[in-house]
Ligand binder design. Sequence first.
Ligand SMILES: [Zn+2]
Ligand SMILES: [Zn+2]
Length: 71
Amino acid sequence: MLDMRPNCEICDRDLPANSQIARICSLECTFCSDCHDTICPNCGGDLQIRPTRAGDMLKKYPASTKRVNAS
Ligand SMILES: [Zn+2]
Ligand SMILES: [Zn+2]
């Protein structure tokens, strides 16, 4: 299961589970599309649009609330 982090590592903006601008790499580094859109600056891997999680699945498997920051 994806670790759905609640914020962008760079600008710290909120990225809720239904965000359309959240980007994630295979190591679950998480950014907004304004900061990084294609290549993960941490590991060099591809960034993909983070799939959303909604409804009952979000209740059953809540998104992470642990904020991660690059600095
Ligand atoms: Zn950002
Ligand atoms: Zn990464």
